[in-house]
Design a protein around this ligand. Sequence first.
Ligand code: FAD
Length: 407
Amino acid sequence: MSGSRDVAIVGAGLSGCLLACFLSRRGYEVTVYERRPDPRAGKAERGRSINLALSERGLNALRRIGLAEEVMVDALPMRGRMIHPANHFQPPLAVRPKRGRRPIQVEKSSVEGKLDFQPYSVDGQRAINSISRGALNNALLDAAERAPGVQVVFDHRLVGLEPATGELTFETPQGKVQATAGTVLGADGAGSAVRGQLLAHDALTESLDFLDYGYKELSIPPAGGDFALDPGALHIWPRGTSMMIALPNPDRSFTCTLFWPNGGTRSFASLSSPAAIERHFAAHYPDLVPLAPNLVDDYQHNPVGLLGTVRCDPWHAHGRVGLIGDAAHAIVPFYGQGANCAFEDVVELDRCLDDTGGQWARALPLFHQRRRDDTAAIAEMALENFVEMRDKVASPAFRLGKRVEHA
Ligand code: FAD
């Protein structure tokens, strides 16, 4: 059992697919079970596109399976962050109100603030890369399906696990399906069902800290066929209690993510009419308004996502079940490191298999021991960086002193 050759990976997300590729190179028979239908066959879910900042940690892992070059073809390097002050107003390139709606008015008094570019490195050359999470996942799925010994099955939602025996139960469109595997790896994200099953079997303890903030995606389409903002930067609108960021996409649009407190009079729901939405953005994000013709529609129809930190201990049970990526240590997104960390996990687990002669019962505890402190540190840094991004980056003291990089 401990050196078993058949592995079930639960979750065909970023870490699950990458892990399947690494285990294939070691000669394992791998089945990846994914609850969703094949994402390559359908359209992206509205307001859940999320483009990621992929940095050297993640690229290093992709290089090891020969995928970095392919993935980087569509990546856009961002060499610094562009701070948009509250009083910055860009004359509209094209104000395109929706048919039948009046043009959005922007107060003329909010004109003077200057954009502030803060490079990520002293020489201005180092960059983080904006990349579509969906496109990255699809490239990894293709790579996993090409890898010898790997099978990916969709529409399989894990609903039961016996950690001591490796028996798995899935819900599928055809009903319940059972399977057994020598080793079971939970790569099923922040709300991990594998972690839930380990918890139900008293095999671990967990804490979930939800941030009192949610997020919503908004979009800036190309303007006159070109990027409406500088595509070489990660754009930030720091507004104290709230914040918005925007990352460029290869089709010359930008995806914005607006972070806002949950609940109370200042929640997303507090802007309950098109007029209230327009007034709010004209007052706080005046330079966004002329660039985002679908602002009201995006705001009203895109979902609000949750943000939180997952901590659990240990990340393994019975020498045969392990957790990896967000399933083990989901973090808030403000350091742009969740996926990068998940990729780094895969490299480290592979190293642990090297160092233990492929004995899962030793490799899984070693993996936890080696990754625990680093992932706890980035979880804290990500929380601290939220305060910095929404507030401090706009202060003159910050501009003269500290620079924090997404390394
Ligand atoms: P996921 O990518 O969540 O994959 C989990 C998979 O498991 C999914 O395919 C899911 O459908 C499947 N699954 C779930 N439950 C089951 C089940 N019961 N049975 C079978 N399958 C199941 N990271 C960065 O590095 N840089 C960034 O800039 C960045 N920005 C972010 C911005 C936002 C707004 C958010 C929310 C996150 C961001 N992240 C970023 C974090 C990043 O998205 C995650 O860390 C990363 O996706 C984790 O990968 P994973 O494989 O562990 O989990």
